[in-house]
Design a protein around this ligand. Sequence first.
Ligand SMILES: [Zn+2]
Length: 190
Amino acid sequence: MIASIIEMPNGQAAATAVFGNEGASGMLVSLGPVPSPTTAVVRLAGNAWQISPMPFNAALQRSSSIGKMVQTFTRSLVAQLQHIAACNALHPVEQRMALWLLRLRDQTGDDAILLTQEAMAELLGVRRPTVTLVAAKLKDAGAIRSTRRGVVEVDRRRLEATTCQCYEAISSRLDRIVPPSKPPSIFSAR
Ligand SMILES: [Zn+2]
C-alpha cells in the first residue's frame, strides 16, 4: 500500500490518498510532465512493478485497456482527494485516525496493521504526541485492541462505529468506480 504524502515547506506532512493493487504511483504522468507535489511512501510492503514514464506513455498510446485503467485510477484518486480534503477540514482527529486505520485494514484484510506512530502522524498531519493521545482514546473505545511496537491491532466493527461518515462515502464511491468483484489489476492489462 502506498500513501501519497504532501510536505509543507515547514516540514509538516499529511497524506492525501492511499492505494494498493488497484492503482499505481505516478500514473498521473500520463497527464503531462508536471513535477508532483507529493511523495509516494510505501506504508505496507508488497510486490510492485515499475516502468519509466516514457515507455509507460508509449504503452498508453498503444493500448486502450491501459487507457481505461488510467482513467479508472484517476477517477478513484480524485474521489479520494475530494473526500479527504473535506474530512481534514470538518472532522476531528479521532475520527480521521479511525478512517485511515480502516483504509489500511481494507488493503490487507488483516486486523493487525503494521504501522508506527510516526507513520500514523504523517498520514494524519499531526504530531506524534497527538497520535499517542488519540490512539489511547480509540483503545478505550475498543476500536484499537492493542498497540505494540509497529503493529496496531484493530476491531473493524468498532472502528466503523467510531469513524466519520467519510469512510462509508469513500468506500462506496470507490466501489462504484472499481467494483470489488472485478479488481482491474493494472498488471493484467492487455
Ligand atoms: Zn471525515
